[in-house]
Design a protein around this ligand. Sequence first.
Ligand code: DPP
Ligand code: ZN
Length: 834
Amino acid sequence: QTKTYLEDYAPPPVTVSHVALRFRLAPDATRVTARLTCERRGPGDMVLDGEALKTLRVALDGAKITPEIDGDRMILRETPDAFTLETEVEIAPEDNTELSGLYMSNGMYCTQCEAEGFRRITWMLDRPDVMATYEVEIESDLPVRLSNGDEVAPGHWRDPWPKPTYLFALVAGELVATSDRFVTSEGRDVALNVWVRPGDEGRTAYAMDALKRSMRWDEHVYGRAYDLSVFNIVAVDDFNMGAMENKGLNIFNSRYVLASPETATDADYANIERIVAHEYFHNWTGNRITCRDWFQLCLKEGLTVFRDQQFMQDMRSEAVQRIGDVMTLRARQFREDAGPLAHPVRPESFVAIDNFYTATVYEKGAEVIGMLRRIVGAEGYAAGCALYFERHDGEACTIEDWLACFEEACGADLGQFKLWYSQAGTPRLRARSEWADGIWRLHLSQSVPPTPGQENKAPMTIPLAFGLLAADGRELLPTRLHVMTGADDVVEIPRPERPVPSLLRGFSAPVILEDDLGDADRLVLLAHDTDPFARWESGRRLSKDRLMRHAAESTAFDAGWLDAVAAMAVSDADPAFRALALALPGEDDLAQSLHETGVVPDPDAIHATREAALAAIAGRLADDLDGLRASVATPGAYAPDAEAAGKRALAATLLRLTTRLDGGDAARAAYATADNMTDRMAAFTCRLEAGDPDAAAEFEAAWKDDRLVMDKWFMAQVAHAAPAEAVAVAERLTGHPAFDAKNPNRFRAVLGGLIAGNPAGFHAANGSGYRFVADWLVRLDRSNPQTAARMSSAFETRARWDADRQALMGEALGTMREGATSRDLREMVERMLG
Ligand code: DPP
Ligand code: ZN
């Protein structure tokens, strides 16, 4: 397999400054005429990219030529210093099942060009460091024809802002818009449209509202205003990713646009808000300033995720948002960092760049920005960002360019900090605290475990936020930042009494903290810590210790822990916080932690442990459950705000506990009276867990015509099946008439429902889960390699398990190695086989 290396980067000898495109749309034979304005920048051949194109004509400065075409490359030798290159190609959008390039979804034409889809539309320098202005004409009978920039005539678009190919977009179809306006801080009057299929227009209001709030927020917080006369969002049913930030024409997976109280859950609403903001924020961090090459992907993604997290903290609860973001990071990125797919935030080589749209690039990339902000301070961060926007507007940049702005604006030396971009693996931070002779000392040591291709690591810059509490819960020392740079370190603070340390406040660095706090200290923090993250974390540590011991040695749950959990449940803390505090660590998290402490995890024992813990908590709280649930009821019309969502989250947690006591009676009643999808899904999944035989059919009868709701139905049945039945349920659902492997949402609902939603089912001892997933991924690989490759990371945890499971997972990987037809899936499998 051909690898691309960061160190081999070279700018193109010939660049393209303007692209004029004409599309004559037809499902089986779309004609694309391209006129590229080219300029020589240095010595060498011009090498254009093209994939699955039928080339009809090539002309240089108006004269027809027969170029050298070598597979996916067109090589032009000895071109003039300035010239136009005209090509005419034919493509077949209806046959495009990869959903990359120009394809069709329910009769509409749409595009996805990141990372390398543009070459499937026409010949071009398909690389992010070639930034050109675009002019696009779309010929078709379809009423709505959209592209990037401003519309100069019907179906005729001009984008004045130079952009790379991956931000190109085209949409054509029978669509309807919800429209609004926004006047920017610079006085620009912008038309806003959310385009959907007829019938979906009643579900666009929240996305539009989120868009306007995002635009305002970016002006206020980052000083960035929008720069075109129109901003379009289009919802598409068949989409490999969540959404795409094409200039002025964002294309979204419809599940991240469409919402109504009847069909979308609170989690859906929050995702819509976050992703609308994320894609909008890319207009400055990604589009106006883009990446020099794909190794710099985190330059736009890490930064933009950080920005969407900040936005969500401002829109909702800062504490709840931070805790949720850390949970996601641990569940997805820590797991990735611990296995064969571990790679640096800025990878150094790849076969298929599509395989690097990962939790490490996105979520760890965002943590790196957060650490930078903590180290240089809020004002330093603002100054560095301002310099970055001013200096690099219109350019394709690197991580070095980004960091240099902070070194200059803040006078910081970020040489060691930069290791966060190049060293893979989650650092371990050990902290031992000691109090003697009126001095509290914190002894710190750090290490980074070996990862593929990186055996030895240097110490990292670790910003450690901490505070001190008294045994009675008073705060003795408010949050202070200690920036650790060596392998070992000691912090000393004079204290007349022995304090309780609150460490890694706000999760100030993406590390695994191994501290020496006892239960008594954690209980003090759980009850009194002023830092909500640290408070939540101490409760989680108490729970995790119990669950790990129960799973490994069947140790009974102690009354002290159950009392602490019960006290949190009935406390006057924010309902959303209580819901998070009552959520037990997930099965995957427990398996990884057991593995790290040298215990071979048993997926069935872990599942049984969580069930036993739920039953024990339910028993302890039995007399309070109904009253508690009534106390967080949200009567009246559904509103998706954070406060109401927090109450519903707590109510759902309580209903799950009640289900352990009443066999599903309360859930059936709640299902019958639910007037929104959040409450309905909570009740539905409880009914599934209780083994209610009518639950699935009742739900299906009511929602069979709603594709997004039916995705939930597919997923929930697999995720909430008893582990011993999960594979059979998933298998049966792939035979359901509404199952369609070509639709990524539906495929992910069933397969993802097993892989992520039902770990004990996926890891069934007989290997049936592994075989089921491997066989399906091989099949999917033929039509949609990107999604197949992405889902294959199901097997990245192989080293964790017992010898039998490791062998069975190895067999499944072998099946995929033999069956893979794409370089995407093959690269993933090779990396996992090591
Ligand atoms: N759709 C992806 C994102 O916005 C790729 N840029 O992160
Ligand atoms: Zn992004």
